[in-house]
Design a protein around this ligand. Sequence first.
Ligand code: GLA
Length: 390
Amino acid sequence: MSNQTSNLLPKIAAIFQQSFERQPQLYVKAPGRINLIGEHTDYNMGFVLPAAIDKHILFGFAANNTEEVCRLRALDMNGSYECSLKDIQKTEHSWVNYLLGVVQQFQKRSIEVKGFDCVFAGNIPIGSGLSSSAALECGFARGLCELGGVTLEKWEIARIGNQTENQFLGIQSGILDQFSSTFGAKDKVMLMDCRSQTFEYVPLELGNCCLVLINCNVKHEHTTSGYNDRPSECKQAVELLQKDYPNIENLRDVTPSMLEKSASNLPQTLLNRCQFILAENERVHQFCEHLKAGEILPLGELLYQSHHGLQHLYEVSCDELDLLVDFTRNIPEVLGARMMGGGFGGCTLNLMKKENSHAIAKQILKQYTAKTGIEGEAYFIDIEEGVSVV
Ligand code: GLA
């Protein structure tokens, strides 16, 4: 058990005892994720390169011997909620909706969920682009399986999480986050083809370099609506491109020469979106090849290129993220940086020399605060395994 898990466990046990007068029968741990490269490619059926990290949510569960009573406690939000499993409705509490959405997915699959109690707490900063929501969905889904004596494949757990977002919460996200939280492996990144949903583990060996996350601690209002605009723009682009290429189904099927030939049929914004996705898919492969060959320097350049596209073509960055990336350009120890995740706030991913990395992160944060008045945060992460029963 990692240190961080052992810190959370007694807290959960104590609140469980206090709230429900007994101990949990089961603990499940679900990590957040990073994505090295391949942003917004998932719902375009392209490629991603994520890993699970040593920040997670820990859940304590126990059956409560009722048919339908569900009692939930969220320690970090100081929230509690009780409802009937026979009447799943959206609530005004976002954290509750993630969990009830998962219950609904079980019910849609005709998997019975009986009464239970659950307490959870975590250390994944919320709204930081590290997928605390996927950890919530996938860890909770795994717990419900264990409680009910049901075995579901990891992919099914990931899909339950993703469909919770798509169908219950109205977020048109792809499978990246739930895949990462579920399939993560110690010290490995995963090259995943989002169409075939096949993947390979690749050791994350960065020599004398390391990854550092810097949280701009900003989450812009349009986080969800801005995100949802992108899948619908990509769909519109595919529909326009289908006039020339009726066989394409996703941007994944479009090559650079096809896009060039049809460019005049697309409004500039949609053309930009397509150009980014095509280039980003290509960068995932290049990144992976360099990583496998132990060539670290070019990885940094690919990160900068990805950020450039996310900023100017895909337009999902924000001033705070751009500043954080720009500060690194004059620091020789930083090989590359980019915004990570859905965008409009959250973290940048920085590839830098291990030596002095703490001092460098501090320097970036200092410049950031001086310019914006906002306190950012740096996280030195390790790559960990995916959802597990503790
Ligand atoms: C969010 C979504 C993912 C993915 C990323 C961007 O994290 O939940 O499905 O689209 O943004 O790569």
